[in-house]
Ligand binder design. Structure first.
Ligand SMILES: Cc1cc2nc3c(=O)[nH]c(=O)nc-3n(C[C@H](O)[C@H](O)[C@H](O)COP(=O)(O)O)c2cc1C
Length: 353
């Protein structure tokens, strides 16, 4: 009933409006609803997971379900009261940057409905690490809900250049650690649409960044958010650097830059380019998860992300070796019942181990 309601009624209405406005509206509404016990109970009644135990412990962190809201939806950390009630076991807040970042000039998002993808040209719009840290520090969350924080280089002229960029990331991490905020941290090295390019996905630049971040003392797991467009040799070289610096895991991965993977390339806007979410990410991210698990065994925690539009898509990623999955586009294109569907499918195949 709820899936039908979303597909036939809510989605057609929402998809008539500008995606960024819908997104902002949902975040504001979600934040408001989350403040009220009755609002949380209503959401939980509609979209909460109530099947067999789907909880999992990864790097010492307990997730009520193995599904995390990927970075880029709750970039300012405003949905912590809502997400545990709609089937998520965790959220990756951010990406946050040391300096508040207004983002790229609009339009910053476009839905490609037939290709089940979103063109993302946000440019890391967020309120900055100080504001987000303060907000997260004031929020209580359930013990089995994990709050990760993704950090990125400020998309501003002040952070252009390798040294400035490294210090910019370090300032965010130091601020979060000082406040004791964040159960894990993800270093976003692969944002495709920012000032100063994607240079930290280049092993030569990544090594000094991770070396500097490793000097910030804390006891939380750190993951790297990987690009999915490099070929396998290049991908391996990035993973080698991540391994050498002792990070615990990888999020595989970020948006797809390859427009040839769109089912309907004609849908893409001609006036601007951005990374592609959703269906175009699915196969490549699953393949990289499988190859990474095969090549590195249990060395890394793997969070698989990209193109999970059904419970079957998520199960392909778990079977490929993912410990956890992350998603955004599936919640939008398929509906908010997707998380419970995935949790149920996971519990049936992997639960109770
Ligand atoms: C609107 C939007 C904004 C995003 N912003 C970020 C971000 O700030 N940091 C990041 O690491 N990934 C960001 N992403 C990428 C997602 O985390 C994810 O890697 C990608 O969307 C693929 O997952 P999906 O197919 O489930 O959407 C963003 C994605 C979307 C749709």
């Amino acid at each position: 009933m709820l899936p039908l309601l979303y597909q036939k009624v809510l989605k057609p209405v929402l998809f008539r409006f500008d995606p960024e406005r819908v997104h902002d509206g949902f975040v504001s509404m979600g934040e408001g609803v989350g403040r009220w016990r009755a609002g949380r109970a209503l959401l939980s009644g509609m979209y909460g997971y109530r099947g067999p135990d789907a909880s999992v412990t990864v790097d010492g962190l307990r997730y009520r379900t193995p599904i995390v809201l990927a970075a880029g939806f709750d970039y300012n950390g405003r949905l912590l009261q809502v997400l545990p009630n709609i089937g998520f076991g965790g959220v990756e807040v951010g990406s946050v940057t040391a300096l508040p970042t207004p983002g790229n000039d609009p339009p910053r998002m476009r839905r490609l409905v037939r290709s089940r993808s979103i063109v993302v040209n946000k440019g890391l719009k967020n309120e900055g690490v100080d504001v987000v840290t303060e907000r997260l520090a004031s929020e209580a969350t359930p013990d089995d809900f994990v709050v990760g924080v993704s950090i990125a280089r400020s998309n501003r002229a002040e952070a252009v250049g390798e040294e400035a960029g490294i210090e910019d990331y370090a300032r965010s991490l130091e601020q979060l650690v000082r406040a004791g905020v964040g159960d894990y941290y993800t270093v976003n090295i692969s944002c495709p649409n920012v000032h100063g390019g994607e240079s930290f996905a280049d092993p030569a630049h990544l090594a000094p960044l991770l070396e500097r971040l490793s000097r910030v003392e804390h006891d939380r797991p750190v993951y790297a958010k990987m690009p999915i467009n490099p070929d396998w040799d290049e991908f391996r070289r990035i993973v080698d650097v991540v391994e050498a610096h002792g990070l615990q895991g990888l999020v595989i991965g970020n948006l797809n830059k390859d427009y040839a993977t769109l089912d309907h390339p004609g849908e893409a806007p001609g006036e601007y380019r951005g990374g592609l979410s959703g269906a175009p990410c699915r196969e490549r991210s699953t393949e990289l998860v499988a190859r990474t698990r095969e090549a590195w065994g249990d060395r890394f925690t793997l969070m698989a992300c990209g193109g999970i539009l059904s419970a079957d898509d998520a199960m392909d990623k778990f079977r490929a070796g993912a410990d956890l999955v992350q998603l955004i586009s599936g919640m939008i294109f398929t509906g908010p019942h997707l998380m419970s569907d995935i949790a149920g499918a996971w519990a049936r195949e992997f639960g109770g181990r």
